[in-house]
Design a protein around this ligand. Structure first.
Ligand code: GAP
Length: 489
């Protein structure tokens, strides 16, 4: 947010939600039926932004010698999820308020406490368990413990009552469905809750077909599904979302080195695509998932607070060994040089495409107060809403306008649009004052506005106006494509 104008932070989320609908970034799923909780549709501009993020990730992660791509099916053999531990462990502790019947995840309840109440709860817990640290992250982790003796300290955010919670119960987050016509337990399959397992079960296939040697990675972008108890904060926690995951297979002796390497690569990727470094931080996990030896989250400062956008995990040989055990098929690596045979370790980079979308959107959102000269010589201020996307992520790369609709300016502008459209999304607009056309493009993040004016008719030049600086420069119209290409690269 520019410091020229600082909106209240909770306002910002509302403004982003409203802009997303108005400009066709995000719609509620099945909106005409009242919506479906935790599910969203990407509109005409949203789908472009999402594709650009996934494309940027794909190029970064797979256009290298040591990483191969994969697109595994969403439905997998049910034994996969027994081997992975998801059937047993992939659950959240959940409580119901006996008074108002609201249902909550226990750790989320802790997050909803006021700062004052949080302090009281933390002090109370530390009195009995001094081994814990008093950081909020440590407390959030602590509240996912099951059973939890401190539930009575928490307040129901809906009705405000205390000591009305049921005992915590485990709730498995995987969606179940049936394969074939018979709806019985022998035909149960799950919608994958992570894309990673599709990669592990294909380790031998990819290694043999690509003839890769360790260390090498397998990357995949795809849908994942979790029956989250509480969806919240727009796109942050949804029931259907997309992940961008890469599993890097290594010699166990090198795990620390590769963990550090990928942590740095992934942190820098967000900065490369325009994320404000002050809004990014790392959070090292104290409480680890059942498969992990080390884990660090890349967190982004959303308008509602810090939240994870990507996890980097040292998953050891847990998954490959479990699949060997459950399938009876060996998943190993033979090193030709050292003549060693071993199960590789895995360093995982796991980003949410949908969550990154939301982070890039929040990062880009800005309101700028500008002085406007009026026709009567007076001046007034107006607010310019602008999405400052990195040009390669922007849904529309260029807008083309004829300054006025006469003297053939429309035809020239249409021809420029048609030419540019061969390479990216372009918007042609010949209606309204040119200032208003600029504002419409600023609001959806179009980095370049090209205007055909009377000079174009004589010297073949156009103006290119930069979204962020609003500076206009004149360039030859035959150079527009190369001008934009240079800004995208
Ligand atoms: N394979 C490891 C794994 O799935 P995770 O931390 O559970 O790890 C990785 O998820 C990323 O997936 C998160 O950092 C987040 O960006 C995204 N993600 C997870 N649950 C999500 C949800 N309910 N809605 C949106 N994105 C989610």
């Amino acid at each position: 947010m520019s410091d020229k104008k600082n909106s209240n932070k909770s306002d910002v989320t509302e403004k982003i939600v409203s802009l997303s609908k108005r400009r066709g970034l995000i719609f509620q799923s099945s909106e005409i039926y009242g919506g479906l909780n935790g599910c969203y549709d990407y509109g005409p501009l949203g789908v472009e932004l999402l594709r650009n993020i996934k494309e940027a990730w794909w190029k970064e992660m797979t256009y290298r010698e040591d990483v191969e791509g994969l697109d595994a099916s969403i439905l997998m053999h049910p034994r996969v999820w027994e081997a992975s531990g998801h059937v047993e462990h992939f659950s959240d502790p959940m409580v119901d308020c006996k008074s108002c019947k609201s249902r909550y995840r226990v750790d989320v309840l802790f997050e909803t406490l006021s700062a004052k109440n949080k302090k009281v709860v933390i002090e109370e817990i530390l009195k009995t368990d001094s081994s814990l640290s008093d950081s909020e992250d440590s407390m959030k982790d602590f509240f996912t413990n099951d059973p939890n003796p401190y539930l009575s300290l928490l307040v129901c955010p809906n009705c405000g009552n205390k000591e009305t919670f049921t005992e915590a119960r485990s709730f498995n987050l995987m969606f179940k469905t049936f394969i074939g016509p018979l709806e019985d337990s022998s035909n149960t399959v799950f919608l994958r809750p992570e894309t990673a397992q599709g990669i592990y079960v294909n380790f031998n296939n990819v290694k043999e077909s690509s003839r890769q040697k360790l260390p090498f990675g397998i990357a995949q972008v795809g849908k994942a599904f979790r029956n989250e108890i509480n969806t919240k904060n727009f796109l942050f926690r949804t029931r259907e979302f997309e992940q961008m995951e890469m599993q890097y297979f290594i010699n166990p002796a090198d795990d620390d080195k590769w963990f550090e390497y990928w942590r740095e690569q992934r942190f820098n990727w967000f900065i490369k695509y325009g994320m404000d470094p002050a809004k990014l931080k790392l959070h090292v996990h104290e409480k680890l998932a059942h498969y992990a030896k080390a884990a660090v989250d890349i967190e982004f400062e959303f308008p509602f607070g810090w939240g994870e956008i990507e996890g980097i995990h040292n998953r050891t040989d847990f998954d490959l060994k479990r699949h060997t055990e459950f399938s009876g098929k060996k998943i190993e690596y033979f090193d030709d040089q050292t003549k060693e045979r071993f199960t590789p370790y895995v360093i995982e980079t796991s980003a949410g495409a949908s969550r990154s979308f939301f982070a890039f959107l929040c990062n880009a959102y800005d309101e700028e107060e500008m002085v406007k000269e009026n026709s009567d010589g007076t001046s007034s201020t107006e607010t310019r809403t602008v999405l400052r996307f990195h040009p390669s992520l922007a849904p529309i790369k260029a807008a083309v306008f004829p300054l006025v609709n006469r003297d053939g300016m429309q035809d020239i502008a249409q021809n420029i649009s048609a030419e540019l459209r061969k390479n990216f999304k372009v918007f042609y607009d010949d209606s309204g004052a040119v200032g208003r056309r600029y504002r419409r493009q600023d609001e959806c993040g179009t980095p370049f506005c090209i205007t055909v004016d009377s000079d174009t008719l004589t010297d073949n030049t156009v103006t290119v106006r930069d979204r962020d600086s609003m500076v206009q420069e004149r360039i030859n119209k035959d150079n527009i494509q190369s001008y934009i290409n240079s800004k995208l690269s």
